[in-house]
Design a binder for this molecule. Structure first.
Ligand code: ZN
Length: 444
């Protein structure tokens, strides 16, 4: 194996690591009922891994006992983030068996925020603009959920096919979008190619960081992709994570935190070339990347310009500043809450997505500080405790009947959308936005 480090004198658009091979021996957590420590890079097999940040031991985000349950022994897993000095991948230092993270009882979440729906419709327009589809071209979405992304292509008359492991696929089928309930891999790809042929466009949004055997996934994508096909991925973006201190997106479902640099290295190991990339606003900041077989399409300037930015903004010293910023924001949030509680005010938190569990546990919030976390009616989390705490999750209506002085926005990355919604529905208190700089705001 030939490993080549990115040295300081390399130009920002140095060639990706094409000579690097995936790890020869696969040590996977899946099926072990436990976890494995990451000793070598998940992508390039290097042992040159450096700690970026350690945010402590986190309970699995689905560990939510019913309200009233007496606390009992429960597992927690260390969340250390590592940076590979060879392929630049930032990754979690521990991989937990997905059987623990996603037990059969794990409910699917469908439906999407406005920002996601807008993003998918914009993705459709961008694809049509850059790589116009012929009427018969097939579009396949990996992790297609309720079919929201594909509906944009479907409504415009294109052939579409969804692959989705959860029952959210039922919703897609009900709206006419053919969807098979399956994990993505070689077997399902063989089935799709037999029935539908290969795909001109393959999309994978917000799934690329979650699957353990990433090389197997990319190989399966290649099997499914037509010779002139395009593979479009959207992943939470490391630069956004660093810029806005989004340590709360660190939890064990997220195994990798991609930059364009590291994603390009991964794809190049499979002879895929990144031809276009850009930042998009979903999940607090993501990156959309178009890749094709090498030499099939011209490479847009967007690629070299993003790589150059990353070289500046994701340097070792910037990662060090990120760590210091995270610690500062934790202390400042605690100080803000100390003053709020000293005045005798009530604080209800809004939203219990996975990222909320990390924030609550890392900052050390408990039921003495936060009276409750509110979820919209119908959420399966209502009636349970937040992971690792005795903070109850209750129905959103409590916000309007109780009118606490403060609402802490745990989905702070969509603060604008939340603030206008909650104020419109009748909440008269103030809002605490925990990140990146903890602050109090009033509804406009
Ligand atoms: Zn690596």
């Amino acid at each position: 194996m030939v490993l080549r480090k990115l040295e300081a004198e390399d130009s920002p658009i140095s060639e990706p690591l094409v000579d690097t091979q995936p790890p020869k021996t696969k040590k996977l957590a899946v099926g072990t009922g436990a976890s494995i420590v990451v000793e070598r890079c998940q992508v390039c097999d290097s042992s040159e891994l450096e700690s970026v940040i350690f945010i402590g031991y986190l309970p699995p985000v689905n560990t939510m006992p019913a309200i009233g349950t007496r606390p009992s022994e429960q597992p927690a897993y260390p969340a250390q983030v590592l940076h590979c000095r060879v392929c630049q991948l930032v990754q979690l230092g521990l991989i937990v068996d997905p059987g623990i993270l996603f037990p059969p009882s794990y409910p699917y979440t469908s439906g999407t925020t406005k920002i996601l729906r807008d993003n998918f419709s914009q993705l459709y327009e961008e694809v049509q603009n850059l790589f116009p589809l012929a009427p018969d071209d097939l579009v396949v979405d990996i992790g297609s959920n309720d079919g929201t992304l594909l509906s944009n292509f479907f409504n415009a008359g294109h052939r579409v096919f969804g692959i989705e492991p959860t029952r959210a696929g039922d919703l897609a089928n009900a709206r006419g979008i053919p969807t098979v309930m399956s994990f993505f891999g070689r077997d399902i790809v063989r089935h799709v190619v037999e029935k539908q042929g290969q795909a001109k466009i393959i999309t994978a949004t917000n799934v690329f960081a979650h699957i353990e055997d990433i090389h197997e996934i990319v190989d399966s994508v290649l099997d499914l992709l037509r010779d002139d096909g395009l593979f479009v991925t959207e992943s939470h973006y490391l630069l956004s994570l660093v810029e806005t201190l989004q340590y709360d997106t660190i939890y064990h479902e997220h195994l990798r935190y991609y930059s364009l640099t590291s994603l390009r290295n991964l794809l190049a190991m499979h002879d895929l070339e990144v031809v276009h990339a850009r930042r998009i606003p979903t999940h607090g900041g993501s990156v959309r990347v178009y890749a094709a077989r090498k030499g099939k399409y011209p490479v847009a300037d967007s690629v070299s310009s993003m790589l150059a930015t990353e070289r500046q903004e994701l340097s070792d010293s910037k990662l060090q500043l990120f760590r210091e910023g995270v610690v500062r924001s934790k202390l400042e949030l605690f100080a803000l809450l100390k003053d709020v509680k000293a005045s005798g005010s009530k604080v209800y938190a809004i939203g219990a997505p996975s990222r909320a569990s990390t924030l609550v546990n890392y900052v050390g919030l408990d039921e003495g500080i936060i009276d409750c976390v509110l979820e919209i009616k119908g959420s399966y989390k209502i009636g349970k405790y937040m992971p690792g705490t005795l903070i109850p999750v209750l129905e959103e209506g409590r916000l309007y009947s109780d009118q606490p002085e403060y609402a802490l926005l745990l989905s702070w990355h969509i603060a604008d959308e939340l603030i206008s919604n909650l104020a419109r529905r009748g909440f008269r208190g103030k809002f605490i936005i925990p990140l990146p700089k903890p602050r109090v705001v009033s509804a406009p």
